[in-house]
Design a protein around this ligand. Sequence first.
Ligand SMILES: [Zn+2]
Length: 174
Amino acid sequence: MEQVLLLNITYEPLRIINWKRAITLLTLGKVEVLEQYDREVHSVSFSIRLPSVVRLLRFVKKPKFPVKFSRQNIYIRDNYRCQYCGRELPPDKLTWDHVMPKARGGKTEWENIVTCCMECNRKKGGKMPSEASMKLIGKPCIPEWLPALKITLGLRVMPKSWRDYLYWNIELEG
Ligand SMILES: [Zn+2]
């Protein structure tokens, strides 16, 4: 299904939403459409070309929607880097690791899960990092928002119409 890039009023990319959510925001008058897909959706009362980029008409300070806790988003948060040896690897060479092992009460949540390569995962096994003489390169935290560059990394194919908006933001960050 088509995904829609949601921008803040400042044109800063905020997140990816599905097209139904985008249409809802549009009918509520909360967003304006900047780019569209070729495809149309029809209902009894209207037909509309699917938006591909929408912009909020009011400034949003804090994310209203938390970043979903998923394997992919953990990799994105950690920049596809094993949090023990620091190697950057493709997703199929990565797994996730409970810093405090499950058997010791470690929870499956943002602060206890890190991206890990297969080798480090085997080495660490059911131990605490210190017991395995391993050290985390960073403290895992709850991500507030996925920056634009990370949004694009998380997508297999980025719609062409998103490009201008994402580059705009990347250049500013750089
Ligand atoms: Zn590793």
